[in-house]
Write a protein that binds this ligand. Structure first.
Ligand code: CAA
Length: 258
């Protein structure tokens, strides 16, 4: 399907979704969010896709929710339509791994979109921020909750209250991003990580994703129990026999997602 605000391609089991509103620094308007949900849903339903990358341009991953589109809305408009809730649910409930490859600005909803992905690879030009306070609002797509879990209360408060930007080096140091690479290498690095993931058992990847996400949702003892049971349950899979057998036979495992 051709999109107005996205460029999408599938290569080697990896679907790359590039946000493409260059005139607005990829601001997240309703068209883009609907198309993004559609593209993620299509990835979920396509057996050939084993990992997804969401990226933007060199200058901007996304500079936030579209301020022009939002500015005249009333409380009743945004509340009754649950603005940004349904639009982002698809991404959050995706079971396939999603990497955010971030270059340039990832601000407001852009930072929140990156944080909804499973992990973030950043270029050395990346700038993260939650500057909604400058617009008289608070973050609305998970910024106060997810940033606090990523980087802790102190930095999260600092970012949300002052609206300052965090550069890539600070973001890596704080645990917001998993790796920082030179801007020119961003897509190569993201693609290489995605291909590594695509080679694994999809069954196991889904269980890994669910299990790591429990760490955000529950207590340590509940999370540890969930993890142990997830570990136990994978002994019912052919891929566990194949993975362990291949190690003992000193050969490459051939996973079949079973
Ligand atoms: N919404 C709509 N348009 C945006 C935008 C946004 N979030 N961010 C940038 N643009 C547009 C600008 O209006 C401008 O368009 P025109 O050329 O038509 O005027 C174009 O993109 C280029 O932007 P700038 O000229 O401002 O570029 P710059 O390099 O001087 O500055 C910037 C870059 C620092 C990112 C600046 O654009 C900026 O501060 N953008 C807004 C960032 C922001 O406040 N984001 C939070 C949005 S609210 C939100 O996301 C709420 C939520 O949690 C759900």
């Amino acid at each position: 399907m051709a999109y107005e605000t996205l460029i999408v391609e599938i290569e080697d089991h990896v679907k790359t979704i590039r946000l493409n509103r260059p005139d607005a620094l990829n601001a997240l308007n309703s068209t883009l969010l609907a198309e993004l949900a559609d593209a993620v849903k299509a990835a979920e339903e396509n057996d050939k896709v084993r990992c997804v990358i969401i990226t933007g341009s060199d200058k901007a991953f996304a500079a936030g929710a579209d301020i022009k589109e939002m500015s005249e809305k009333s409380f009743v408009d945004v509340y009754m339509n649950d603005l940004f809730g349904p639009e982002t649910d698809q991404l959050v409930k995706s079971r396939k791994p999603i990497i955010a490859a971030v270059s340039g600005y990832a601000l407001g909803g852009g930072c929140e979109l990156a944080m909804m992905c499973d992990f973030i690879i950043a270029s050395d030009t990346a700038k993260f921020g939650q500057p909604e306070i400058n617009l008289g609002v608070v973050a609305g797509i998970g910024g106060t909750q997810r940033l606090s879990r990523y980087v802790g209360k102190s930095k999260s408060m600092d970012m949300h209250l002052t609206g300052r930007f965090m550069d890539a080096e600070e973001a890596e140091r704080s645990g917001l991003v998993s790796r920082v690479v030179p801007a020119k290498k961003l897509m190569e690095e993201a693609m290489s990580a995605a291909q590594k993931i695509a080679e694994k058992s999809m069954l196991t990847s889904m269980v890994v994703k669910e299990t790591v996400n429990r760490a955000w949702e529950t207590t340590l003892s509940e999370g540890l129990l969930f993890e142990r049971r997830a570990f136990h349950s994978l002994f019912a899979s052919e891929d566990q026999k194949e993975g362990m057998g291949a190690f003992l036979d000193k050969r490459q495992a051939q996973f079949r997602d079973k």
